[in-house]
Design a protein around this ligand. Structure first.
Ligand code: MD6
Ligand code: FE
Length: 164
């Protein structure tokens, strides 16, 4: 994995979520913002989820990944959460190739699609545990005014299902 990550709400490292960034500097993670909860609920409503599903959605962690021109993210499942509530993904800056796979293994069949700045992607239901990754970033494709001149930022919000 060659992306750089900062978290909100809960700090993620492989296999676990903690309130402190124990593998970085030990600092307490910043709180998960209310506006992001509202954005997550709106994303569910606009992707065919019911009002009840949207209201029950209380994302409590966000992983913010920064990709430079050469960064990649290998095929993986997001399965460290104790909840199978959807993952909402937002992309800013350069476009990338996003590889959306199957739930069995990291190999074919998979679908490659391009995620552009401003795209929102919801991983829910049968797709929630699908393998996925980012095989490449496309430099110099960020639109003017998106707030990022170089590289790509992806924000994924999730429900950990954890309590303190
Ligand atoms: C990325 N995203 O798009 C990496 N995970 O940069 C993810 O790993 C991801 O976009 C779960 C759901 C949606 C995602
Ligand atoms: Fe993921």
């Amino acid at each position: 994995m060659s992306v750089r990550t900062v978290c909100l709400g809960w700090h993620w490292q492989p296999y676990q979520y903690t309130r402190d960034a124990t593998d970085v500097n030990g600092a307490r993670v910043l709180p998960f913002p209310d506006w992001m909860v509202r954005l997550g609920r709106r994303a569910l409503k606009e992707t065919g989820h019911t009002d009840a599903e949207a209201q029950a959605y209380i994302p409590d962690t966000a992983l913010v990944n920064y990709y430079d021109d050469t960064a990649r993210l290998g095929m993986h499942q997001d399965k460290d959460e104790h909840s199978l509530a959807p993952v909402v993904s937002l992309s800013i800056g350069d476009a990338c190739t996003f590889r959306f796979g199957n739930t069995e293994n990291r190999n074919k069949p998979y679908t490659d699609l391009r995620l552009h700045s401003g795209d929102l992607f919801v991983f829910g239901g049968a797709s929630r545990l699908a393998y996925h990754g980012v095989p490449r970033v496309h430099p110099f494709t960020a639109p003017d005014g998106c707030g990022l001149e170089r590289g790509r930022i992806n924000i994924t919000m999730r429900m950990t299902g954890l309590t303190d």
